[in-house]
Design a protein around this ligand. Structure first.
Ligand code: FES
Length: 57
């Protein structure tokens, strides 16, 4: 499922990046994958997926 339609980033991509690089914040995640760089609508969903993946990898 696409989380970020502007940049075609899927939840699977976010989960893989979180597992591999363990970003400490949404800002850090944004340096690793291009989420929220255009319309910004995906940022809350991206944060939720990141937090979920950190709690239950
Ligand atoms: Fe992610 Fe627009 S949906 S920046």
């Amino acid at each position: 499922m696409y989380v970020c339609l502007c940049n075609a980033v899927s939840d699977k991509t976010i989960r893989e990046v979180v597992r591999r690089y363990q970003p400490k914040s949404i800002q850090h995640l944004r340096q690793l994958v291009p989420v929220g760089k255009q319309c910004g609508k995906c940022i809350h969903a991206a944060r939720r997926i990141m937090e979920e993946e950190m709690k239950h990898p």
